[in-house]
Design a protein around this ligand. Structure first.
Ligand SMILES: Cc1cc2nc3c(=O)[nH]c(=O)nc-3n(C[C@H](O)[C@H](O)[C@H](O)COP(=O)(O)OP(=O)(O)OC[C@H]3O[C@@H](n4cnc5c(N)ncnc54)[C@H](O)[C@@H]3O)c2cc1C
Length: 402
């Protein structure tokens, strides 16, 4: 695997870097620093989306023919890396990276023409209706029912842990349309309008007090049959395609390394309690070096997957390896931040947002103020998108052939 950049890729990287320097708004960057959650608040996320969309870069993973950049996998990686290094927020993946590839890969011409531009413009904000009470890891056991009635489906049931459902006007759902044969065979993929009678959203507050996830209830919700994606019963195959994108659709290492660098720099100003600075402490150095090596190893694996994708191959089950390594690192780096700031790192402000005029004042810095909430929030990394145990099973079966 050759990881040297070609002159074209270097020029591309420099172009992205220059654009970010001039166009990443200060309040977006500030919002990213002070957001404890995986995705930033929509007002921050949408602001950043609008900047990228005006430049034509928002659909950076999409093919050109559907309104994307048509960039190569290496260019996409460089873009993500530069965004991480510039301190840009994570893009909210639900519309852009989860449902959009489903629509342009499996959708009808009508679905592509209608929904893809609305994702780029921000008119539609999507959430993901897969998990149900009792159907998380065992997703194929899901029970939310969609019954065909003429040219519509009538949907009844409930979804849980639905990220940003309280902001969304659209939800993509796995629903049961059949009960014959294996449970996977009776699942279909529906695009559903949230702004209609019969849909109720109830908040679930997470450990740090964030309102990020919800329960969503469906009571005789009417969905046009033309919003079925693919064939009836094809939902499981589409879900597997989507989950592969969710687990491996982005490179995690650049952001993890950026966060680690921020912590390492902050330690230069942090007293060690014995008259020195934390950055000189031997245990601290050992700990940060270990984390850096793990993040660099992850980056190598991500680049290897990328080089396979560049040859036209699918990312495949290796994305379970990167999802698991990245989730563990995320949690360990967030714990490092709590330890870095001492008592200020234990501050747990439950007011949201932690930026803007109404934000509570931090004990020390915006970074220390968010450390504890971020640590609590990142417990979810080893759960969402498939738990670590589920990833380990996939790796055992499909990567190691055990
Ligand atoms: C913050 C957050 C955001 C989320 N956002 C969304 C969203 O937007 N949309 C959505 O659809 N879902 C979302 N989820 C749900 C997530 O996908 C599920 O929580 C996850 O799949 C686990 O399912 P579960 O919670 O039902 O746990 P369970 O499946 O009940 O698992 C409980 C425990 O048992 C273990 N376990 C289960 N089965 C096995 C097995 N076969 N072998 C070994 N161990 C096993 C698990 O690893 C886990 O430790 C989100 C979850 C979180 C925490």
């Amino acid at each position: 695997m050759n990881i040297d950049l070609s002159p074209e890729d270097t020029a591309f990287r420099d172009e992205v870097r220059a654009f970010l320097k001039d166009n990443l708004p200060a309040q977006v960057k500030r919002g990213a620093v002070s957001s404890p959650t995986v995705f930033v608040e929509p007002e921050i996320g949408q602001h950043w989306n609008d900047v990228l969309n005006a430049k034509g870069w928002l659909g950076y993973q999409w093919p050109q023919v559907v309104g994307g950049t048509g960039w190569s996998p290496v260019q996409r990686y460089l873009f993500e890396k530069e965004c991480a290094l510039a301190g840009a927020p994570n893009l909210t993946v639900l519309g852009l990276k989860l449902v959009a590839p489903v629509i342009y890969t499996f959708g009808t011409e009508r679905q592509k023409a209608l929904y893809l531009p609305r994702i780029l413009s921000g008119e539609d904000y999507w959430c993901q209706g897969f998990s149900e009470p009792g159907s998380g890891s065992d997703l194929a056991s899901l029970k939310t029912r969609a019954v065909r009635d003429g040219d519509r489906y009538i949907v009844n049931g409930s979804k849980i842990w639905t990220t940003h459902a309280h902001w969304a006007n659209k939800i993509f759902c796995l629903v049961r349309t059949g009960t014959e044969g294996p449970k996977q065979a009776g699942i279909s993929f529906l695009l559903v309008d949230m702004d209609q009678p019969g849909i109720t959203v109830r908040p679930i507050l997470t450990l740090a007090g964030d309102h990020e996830v919800n329960e969503v209830f469906f009571e005789d919700v009417s969905v046009p049959a033309e919003d079925l994606v693919g064939e009836e019963g094809q939902g499981w195959a589409i879900a597997k395609f989507l989950l592969e994108n969710e687990r491996g659709g982005s490179c995690h290492a650049p952001k993890l390394l950026y966060d680690l660098d921020q912590i390492v720099s902050a330690a230069l100003d942090q007293p060690d309690g014995r008259g020195g600075i934390l950055a000189d402490d031997r245990d601290w150095k050992r700990r940060t070096a270990r984390l850096r090596l793990r993040a660099q190893a992850l980056e190598m694996i991500e680049l290897k997957i990328l080089s396979e994708v560049a040859k036209g191959r699918k990312p495949g089950p290796q994305t379970s390896v990167t999802k698991m390594l990245a989730s563990n690192l995320r949690q360990d780096i967030d714990l490092l931040a709590v330890d870095l700031y001492g008592p200020a790192g234990l501050e747990l402000d439950t007011a949201r947002p932690l930026y803007g005029d109404n934000a509570p004042k931090p004990l020390e810095t915006p970074e220390s103020q968010v450390a504890s909430a971020r640590y609590l929030n990142s417990r979810a990394w080893t759960i969402f998108g498939g738990t670590n145990e589920v990833q380990a099973t996939i790796i055992a079966k499909t990567v190691l052939n055990l």
